[in-house]
Design a binder for this molecule. Structure first.
Ligand code: IPM
Ligand code: MG
Length: 355
């Protein structure tokens, strides 16, 4: 099959981890006989430096013409402590999500047997955890208008808005995912306080009739924040609005003990985007020490979700598990064993796929 992949390495460790994913994707292409072409674009702080725009039109054209996007990370400390900066790297990410129509962010949490002891939670609570968030990504308070300040600058406001249509399309993805998994869907909201949440709950209640095989639970977001660390095995598929999803998926990312290992997918239209959930980790940039596995696993998600190639995805997951079992890992998880360089891990994985 012919596959056109847009590469957006972005900032910080982004370029290094994307380079390893590219090695692995090329190896998979060679092994399974796929014709893969890559086109690279600028996004984030590096795009601001080069063009003044965190998501330049040229980058959007590359993404829109591709079959899938592999994205590294964005962000630079020089913007974090300057709330007055007019142009920010994060604006690029939000505009990219919006322009590509990526309304669903899929963030799984699962455990790796060889790393589960690194979880901050007790082993019996995490061993075997396997749930997935479907976070709404192009609506809510992230995009709602009006937003801003009053004339004196002494009051600020953001607006949370959801249309029924936005809720339906996200919820349907959650229901369909639940049907293929353990058939439990949790709708996370704050319906005891917020009008938007009441619309979420009402809409999901209506849809539930169409999915009689899925059990639906409704939980307030504060309770989920608590239960996620108390009893994470209670969850299967969770659906939620943009801001709640942003917060809860960061919480979820540390449960399995391997934040540097969790991949994600953003779906919604023809072009799908795949990215590690960790950030740009500027302290490690350029040092060849960052863990590339979350990006490599994001490439596995790409084969599965963008190209429906389960075998290829499995081949990648298998070599990642092998690298963990054999200790071919970067310093963050080396635990006193040999710490491999980012590039060495990428070379090893690619060689194993071909070997
Ligand atoms: C994420 C990030 C972004 C978000 C930031 C960088 C704008 O935290 O992808 O979760 O809030 O969506
Ligand atoms: Mg976030």
């Amino acid at each position: 099959m012919e596959m056109n992949i847009a590469l957006l390495p972005g900032d910080g460790i982004g370029p290094e981890v994307i380079a390893q994913a590219v090695k692995v994707v090329k190896a998979v292409g060679q092994k399974f006989g796929h014709q893969i072409t890559f086109k690279e674009g600028l996004v984030g702080a590096c795009a601001i430096d080069a063009t003044g725009d965190p998501y330049p039109d040229a980058t959007h054209e590359i993404c829109a013409a591709s079959d899938a996007v592999l994205f590294g990370a964005i962000g630079d400390p020089k913007y974090d402590n300057d709330p007055k900066a007019k142009v920010r790297p994060e604006q690029g990410l939000l505009r990219m999500r919006q322009k590509l129509g990526l309304f669903a962010n899929v963030r799984p949490t699962f455990t790796f047997p060889s790393l589960v002891h690194k979880s901050p939670l007790k082993l019996e609570r995490v061993d075997g955890v396997d749930f997935v968030f479907f976070r709404e990504l192009t609506g809510g308070v992230y995009f709602g208008e009006p937003r801003g300040r009053n004339e004196q600058g002494t009051k600020a406001f953001d607006t949370n808005v959801y249309s029924k249509e936005e809720i339906v399309r996200l919820a349907r993805m959650g229901f369909e995912a639940a049907q293929k998994r353990r058939k439990l869907l949790t709708c996370v909201d704050k319906a005891n306080v917020m009008a938007t949440s009441r619309l979420w709950r009402e809409t999901v209640q209506e849809l539930a009739a169409e999915y009689p095989d899925v059990k639906v639970e409704y939980e307030f977001v504060d309770a989920v924040a608590m239960r996620l660390i108390q009893w994470p095995k209670a969850y299967d598929v969770l659906i939620t609005e943009n801001l709640f999803g942003d917060i809860l998926t960061d919480e979820a990312s540390v449960i399995s003990g391997s934040m540097g290992l969790m991949p994600s997918a953003s779906l919604g239209s023809k072009v799908k985007l795949f990215e590690p959930i960790h950030g740009s980790y500027p302290q490690a940039a350029g040092k060849d020490i960052a863990n590339p596995l979350a990006t490599v696993l994001s490439a596995a998600m790409m084969f599965e979700y963008a190209f429906d190639m389960k075998e290829e995805a499995q081949a990648i997951s298998d070599v990642v598990n092998l690298s963990l079992a054999e200790g071919v890992v970067t310093e963050d998880i080396a635990e006193g064993g040999k710490a491999y360089k980012t590039s060495e891990v990428g070379d090893w994985l690619a060689a194993k796929i071909l070997g």
